[in-house]
Ligand binder design. Structure first.
Ligand SMILES: [Zn+2]
Length: 135
């Protein structure tokens, strides 16, 4: 699986993470899927209701609202993004929620030790890294 994002979308995610630091920022990704490729059309920051430095939670009402709004525009929900303050690997809590959303791609950004973006999916409980293509 490949996820395709523009340079400006990646920059927007990194900027959002910088803005929210040290709280984890989070949001939803919408776009189109063609075969093995997911194209991100819109990055939508959402509130981390936990205001936590180690985990995030999106309010179901806020998610449903943006989901319906983007489905009306013909876009699909591709996955979620959130920031880490260090290591870019999914945490054990992330893995738990990823397995509840098996079709979703999880994008994680971090500034430490350097600005980075990575993406993952959990397929049948197994973690799979998704290639990020920045165009
Ligand atoms: Zn995480």
């Amino acid at each position: 699986m490949i996820i395709k994002m523009s340079r400006s979308q990646v920059d927007a995610l990194l900027e959002e993470a910088r803005r929210g630091y040290p709280i984890e920022v989070c949001g939803a990704l919408f776009g189109l899927i063609s075969g093995d490729e997911a194209y991100i059309e819109e990055v939508v920051p959402l509130k981390n209701v936990l205001k936590s430095e180690v985990m995030f939670q999106i309010s179901p009402e806020e998610f449903l609202r943006v989901l319906l709004e983007h489905e009306r525009k013909g876009l699909r929900h591709i996955g979620f993004f959130h920031s880490h303050t260090g290591c870019i690997n999914p945490s054990s809590i992330d893995l738990k929620y990823m397995s509840l959303w098996p079709e979703s791609i999880w994008v994680i950004v971090s500034h430490h030790p350097e600005p980075r973006v990575a993406a993952y999916r959990a397929i049948n409980g197994r973690l799979e890294e998704v290639n990020v293509h920045i165009e």
